[in-house]
Design a protein around this ligand. Sequence first.
Ligand SMILES: [Mg+2]
Length: 337
Amino acid sequence: MSKIKALGEFGLIHRLSSRLKFHAPDTILGIGDDCAVYPVTSGTNEVITTDALVEDVHFKLSATTPEALGRKALSVNLSDIAAMGATPQRAMVTIGVSKKISASFLDRLYGGFDSICNQFKVELVGGDTVSSPKCFFINVSVIGKINPKRVFTRHGARRGDLIFVTGTLGDSSLGMKLLHRKKRRASSKDYEFLIARHLNPTPRIQEASILARSKIDITAMIDISDGLVQDLYHICKASNVGARIQEDRLPQSAAFSRACNRNQIDPFPFLLNGGEDYELLFTLPPDGVRNLKRQFSKANVLITQIGEIALKPKKVFLEKSDGRSKFLPDSEGFNHF
Ligand SMILES: [Mg+2]
């Protein structure tokens, strides 16, 4: 375990993947992005992704409901589908059932799966049910379709590209903090909003579809699951570029700002490293911005330019509101080990 800890999540993925032999030479994109991409005979491509939620690692049974857990288990996978610019179609679900789980808990969990399947037109086509000695877990895999000409990867960002993010940042991680805090000062409406952003995230399928249908040259995209900075590093490392983001441009919800003020909480750790935002982070050349803004204002969806891709390879800097620049390390987001 201590060796795995030293490797970290991404070091472990690299170590394991470097041992694999390739048997399907037509695979377009393998390990290292939000989804794998491969061709299908109909002339389109498919994407596939998988993600697990484990009790006491990703959730506490006492702090969520079975319905919300079911919705989140599917939504975090749909978020990876969105990150490629793809449309989800089919899901497989495996559950590891521990002794304390009841049949009615599972009924309600599947009610949660069903509500996301209905909302995003996804069919649950199979899976597995196994027993688990201690912790309850859920693993979901989702397959989607994608236009072969509109596959958004992590590796195409270029110097001078602008960095955009959908929605607002930090809500989910602040919601989680408030959820586990005994004394909290936030109006019940703000509190409910922030908790819902944590327990019931919305995968940005609609936003991904706007980008995929447009002619905008999206050079790189990822969904923010580990935290803005860590996920921006994924783009920077894959694209061999650096980035500058501006402190005063990071989009905050009104509920987030009010809750930070009332509880005297520094917003920046949540905005930069909070994780589980499930917003889309993407880059494009400046000449695409007018079209981008037009498309998103038509759909009434918030997008914000937060910085730009810079020359300094694989380093991310924060421009503070006082004009100073601060190096942001990539190790402060979520790491499983
Ligand atoms: Mg992802």
